[in-house]
Design a protein. Structure first.
Length: 244
């Protein structure tokens, strides 16, 4: 069973389009027009074009593209902050808010035309954001699933809680978990494909594959193709084996 996956995007529309172009080239080479493309989440924050990323994905889905878009922790933080009054994700470290420079929410607001300077009170920034950000974008983000199963593959933004049945996984873990998942060497049953924890390049760990190749920090948005549990990174010249 073939499936494609795209790692964390973080507002980089140009890099997302490169990833989609590489998938399109692989589709031509294989003759496959129906295999799903699973976007692993973190559509927004830190990059310059979060609105364009959301528009691109919404348009593709509306046109019938076989795309699945999962919720990342940054997508959830954005959705929560846009509530009235703004809500804070309880899994975010207490010293940070969504607008903190290390988180990147201000970059998302600026891309929507909101003057998000940190020296402004939050209330007028929030009011301006509510005027400028399309409700359709917020609805899209709020309704994203956090988990997708395809054959012997399981896709989630951050990973899963090891030892917990898939039906009992919580969104908190699916979009936020880190070391309890990353440091667990056990076979999880399906091969878990995730992002969330930035690495230099897509990496196969045997029981999981991390495809967050640091687009938020100057790296690419990676596209990977899976056939069963076998994986290849889609590079500029085609498939490159991704081995444990």
């Amino acid at each position: 069973m073939r499936a494609y996956a795209i790692g964390d995007i973080h507002g980089h529309l140009d890099l997302l389009q490169i990833a989609h172009d590489r998938i399109a080239a692989d589709r031509v080479a294989t003759g496959d027009t129906t295999a799903p493309v699973i976007h692993i989440g973190d559509l927004v924050d830190r990059g310059p074009a979060s609105p364009g990323v959301i528009d691109h994905l919404m348009h593709g889905i509306a046109q019938g593209a076989p795309w699945v878009v999962l919720k990342g922790n940054h997508d959830r933080m954005f959705s929560l902050w846009m509530q009235s009054p703004p809500a804070r994700d309880h899994r975010l470290r207490p010293e940070y808010g969504w607008l903190h420079p290390r988180i990147g929410g201000a970059d998302t607001l600026i891309a929507y035309g909101v003057r998000a300077a940190l020296d402004r009170p939050e209330a007028p920034v929030h009011a301006e954001a509510q005027d400028r950000i399309p409700p359709a974008h917020l609805d899209f983000l709020a309704n994203l699933p956090a988990l997708h199963r395809h054959g012997d593959l399981l896709f989630a933004h951050a990973g899963i809680r090891p030892g917990v049945a898939l039906a009992d996984q919580t969104e908190d873990d699916l979009v936020w978990i880190r070391h309890d998942f990353l440091d667990d060497p056990r076979d999880h049953g399906p091969l878990v494909v995730h992002g969330h924890t930035a690495v230099e390049r897509a990496t196969h760990y045997g029981n999981r594959v991390n495809i967050d190749s640091s687009a938020a920090y100057g790296g690419p948005v990676t596209a990977v193709v899976f056939e069963g549990r076998d994986a290849w990174v889609l590079g500029p010249y085609g498939r490159e084996p991704l081995l444990p």
